[in-house]
Ligand binder design. Structure first.
Ligand code: INI
Length: 194
């Protein structure tokens, strides 16, 4: 048997996408900087014109999951980092947005088999959010570490334990399974009729 753990030292082959909400961009812009700082210091080329990191801006946190899922389905990325800032106001909007983005991000990772990092800050005030986006610490750094760890771990698992990347179609099924399914399908009408 074996122990598998992600690493932080072999980032050169890894590719990432950042999906970032513009809403509260005073905060999300700082999270991006924290991410970039971490990725760069671990050897990742964070240049948007380079080959390792793509950046996708969306209106707000609510729109993050649909884009994260689409990007994950391309299987171009080792991990996708979702960044947003949901700040409690005087309306219940906060709860709706926070709940949906959380469920959506979890579903994106689960449905695609690609690590989708939950980098959505939820805070009661802008001050509190800024404290976690550069004033005291920068959570963007932590989210990038999570992405490095999960990206490298999934590569190891694919190389060693025959983890089949999930694809939203049947192309990744082994030929034997495809023909078994085809045989089942062609036999089905008779069986059902009989
Ligand atoms: N989007 C955020 O990212 N953070 C918030 O705090 C927020 N609040 O509170 O309204 C917010 N709303 C916008 C939302 O994400 C969508 O962009 C919008 O509703 C359009 O679908």
């Amino acid at each position: 048997m074996a122990v598998f753990e992600g690493t932080f030292t072999q980032a050169e082959p890894l590719r990432f996408a950042l999906v970032i909400g513009r809403f509260n961009d005073l905060v999300t812009g700082k999270l991006v900087e924290g991410c970039q700082d971490c990725l760069k210091r671990h050897g990742v080329d964070t240049n948007p014109h380079g080959t390792q990191v793509d950046y996708v801006w969306v209106p707000g946190s609510f729109e993050v999951p649909v884009v994260a899922r689409q990007l994950a389905l391309t299987h171009r990325y080792d991990a996708i980092i979702c960044l947003g800032a949901v700040i409690r106001g005087q309306t219940p909007h906060f709860d709706y947005v926070a709940a949906e983005v959380t469920k959506g991000i979890a579903a994106s990772g689960f449905q695609t088999g690609v690590p989708v990092i939950y980098g959505i800050l939820t805070a009661d005030t802008m001050q509190q959010a800024l404290e976690r986006a550069g004033i005291k610490s920068n959570k963007g750094w932590d989210y990038a570490m999570n992405a490095l760890e999960m990206g490298s771990l999934m590569r190891q698992l694919r190389a060693n334990v025959e983890v089949e990347p999930y694809r939203n179609n049947s192309q990744s099924l082994p030929a034997s399974l495809k023909s078994a399914i085809a045989a089942d399908l062609s036999a089905a009408p008779e069986e059902m009729g009989g």
